[in-house]
Design a protein around this ligand. Structure first.
Ligand code: ZN
Length: 619
């Protein structure tokens, strides 16, 4: 075992010998051999070694000379700079995937650390290049980027220069890079290891069960209220048990960010994220204000849900209660068929790309001890292909997760043509294809369903997902704003203070519709985004509202929209988000833009209310 076994409050799991239920996707494991044969494959070190060597040679050739290169020479240098890094990215992607598949294997953690340390060596050899580029005077830089020889690199070079006010000297950059391995990156990994190993004791009617975070969270969707309440209790107790360590990680990482922001001259804690997202603070504020202005929709919906469930009080563990009788778990094959079918309705090419993930074992879907919770799609490197990780339990929302992650997968597959530096988009547009993919599946389900009770349940399910993506993420971003501000003003924060901030951020969204108990105070502790990528969350709201606008376009334009959409995906991160989405006729710089998507959500709430009136009552 790793550091987590030293966790003093971790009790021995009483049923640790019990066979683990791998769920309906048992046996669905990815085959990582397209990257490397295994953690001991000598090619990993050979790749890293070659990278370090080439980085040194690159530095010997170009250090101190960037200002004297002409456009053609600079273009060659950028090509070399990109090509030499791909093997290291490959090794890094592999180590990350291996670790996600089993966070408990010490050699996975060790490989991750090893690759990170070699990666640091490489980055430190190369850091001069970007620093010299951003140090160029604007006029000289503009003359170069406007040269046709650099046409394909214009966006990359121009966007690097937005960091001009925030970069440090080369020795300072190197120090920060090296110390991150034992600082923020190490704490980030510890967070994954703690939650990967954590057991949550849930008192079920059949007796107590020790569950993983993923399993316990999925019981919040159970039809039985006592089960949901027990899962909620078990999660709270588990989080509280780890709260001292997790709270310490939060305090440390929030302070680490404050230090980085001070050194790099970012005035606001969100500035660095907005800059990375290639979106200005005003647009983000417009998005958040528009969402907060419609919080009333959340309360309106949950009042309806309380009535439909026939409850006097709707507690936090009732939020995800199913409205129709559960139709049993769905097999992984059924999920595959549904998602590929919905994709094919939109564009056969999209289904063909997605089918590869199943046929060529690019998906890991079964439940396993030590496997990271949640789901993701990793782009890896342009020369290989993306990999998708999920924890499939067979619920409808798991099917939606398949649709979501395969959306990412298709996006990453199409954009890999753009090469290493431009295959990934900023976070704001990174959620476009995923949320769009979910929408396609939702619409297909709704089309095929004639029973009003089930239709109502589907609409409610979509609304709950959309609320989780739009409003909840804004509430979480507001929590982070308060958390970072409080840490900067008040020093290390006691757990109770962080709990209070969490409640302050969440209460306004629910109004009087959901009663949040004291247990809910602890529920910020397991959110990985707060740890791994501060202020990530608003990108989900951005993505969902953008997708609602895209769906409206699709409805207006029909099939003509399809090739433009696929081109948008294939463009990857080769343009800034406002320019990218202007390709499909949308203007996200208009503050009123967000109201369009929010209005569609309001329509959906009204539809749910109408279905409920019309006898769609579920219970
Ligand atoms: Zn996603």
């Amino acid at each position: 075992m790793s550091e987590t076994s030293a966790e003093p409050t971790e009790p021995a799991a009483p049923d640790s010998t019990e066979a683990f239920d791998a769920g309906p996707a048992a046996g669905v494991r990815w085959d990582l051999s397209d990257l490397y044969a295994g953690p001991d494959d000598p090619a990993i070190d050979a790749d890293l070694e070659r990278c370090v060597g080439q980085a040194r040679a690159f530095a010997a050739e170009y250090r101190g000379k960037l200002g004297s290169l002409d456009a053609a020479e600079l273009a060659r240098a950028v090509d070399a700079y990109e090509a030499l890094q791909e093997p290291a990215w490959r090794a890094s992607a592999y180590a990350g995937l291996l670790f996600a598949a089993d966070t408990s294997a010490p050699r996975h953690g060790a490989l991750l650390q090893h690759v990170q340390e070699r990666g640091t060596e490489i980055r430190n050899e190369l850091v001069f290049f970007e620093l010299e580029w951003v140090a160029l005077e604007d006029e000289a830089a503009r003359a170069l980027t406007e040269d046709p020889a650099l046409a394909g690199r214009r966006h990359l070079l121009e966007s690097l220069r937005r960091y001009r006010p925030h970069v440090l000297s080369e020795p300072e950059e190197k120090l920060l890079e090296e110390t991150a391995n034992t600082g923020s990156r190490a704490f980030s990994r510890l967070f994954d290891e703690i939650l990967g190993a954590a057991k949550f004791r849930v008192e079920l009617e059949s007796g107590p069960k020790e569950l993983s975070e993923e399993e316990a969270l999925s019981l919040l969707y159970d039809a039985d209220r006592d089960t949901r309440r027990a899962a909620s209790r078990g999660l709270t107790e588990g989080l509280e048990r780890h709260s001292r360590t997790l709270g310490f990680l939060f305090n440390t990482l929030v302070q680490d960010k404050a230090m980085q922001d001070r050194l790099r001259r970012y005035a606001d804690p969100m500035d660095s994220r907005n800059l990375a997202n290639e979106i200005d603070g005003a647009s983000v504020r417009a998005l958040m204000d528009a969402c907060v202005g419609r919080y009333g929709l959340v309360a309106r919906y949950y009042r309806l849900k309380r009535r439909l469930l026939g409850l006097d009080h709707l507690y936090e563990w009732d939020r995800y209660a199913p409205l129709a009788e559960p139709e049993g778990t769905r097999s992984f094959d059924a999920a595959r068929e549904l998602v590929l079918g919905a994709y094919a309705d939109f564009a056969p090419r999209m289904a063909e790309i997605a089918a590869q993930f199943f046929d060529r074992r690019w998906i890991d879907a079964e439940l396993r001890p030590g496997k990271r919770g949640g789901a993701f799609s990793a782009s890896t490197v342009p020369g290989v292909h993306p990999y998708v990780m999920l924890n499939y339990t067979g619920q409808l929302r798991d099917v939606m997760t398949v649709a979501h992650e395969l959306g990412h997968g298709v996006h990453q597959w199409l954009s890999r043509e753009r090469g290493l530096f431009e295959q990934n988009t900023p976070l704001t547009t990174a959620e476009t294809a995923s949320v769009f993919g979910e929408m396609l599946v939702f619409r297909r389900l709704l089309r095929e369903e004639s029973d009003p009770t089930v239709r109502l349940a589907l609409v409610c399910g979509k609304l709950e997902d959309a609320f989780a993506t739009v409003f909840r993420q804004v509430a979480m971003t507001r929590f982070e704003q308060m958390l970072h501000a409080a840490r900067r003003e008040e020093g290390e924060l006691p757990l109770e203070r962080m709990n209070a901030l969490w409640m302050d951020a969440n209460r306004p969204m629910f109004g009087d519709s959901v009663e949040l108990t004291d247990d809910y105070r602890w529920w910020w502790l397991y959110i990985p985004h707060f740890i791994h990528s501060p202020f990530y969350c608003y990108a989900y709201s951005f993505g969902e509202l953008l997708v609602l606008a895209l769906v409206r376009r699709y409805d207006e334009e029909g099939d003509a929209f399809v090739p433009r959409y696929l081109e948008l995906l294939a463009a990857g991160g080769s343009q800034a988000p406002p320019t990218l989405v202007s390709r499909v006729g949308l203007d996200i710089t208009d503050p009123a833009f967000w109201d369009g998507g929010l209005a569609l959500l309001e329509d959906l709430v009204a539809e749910a209310e109408a279905l409920a009136e019309g006898g769609g009552r579920a219970h």
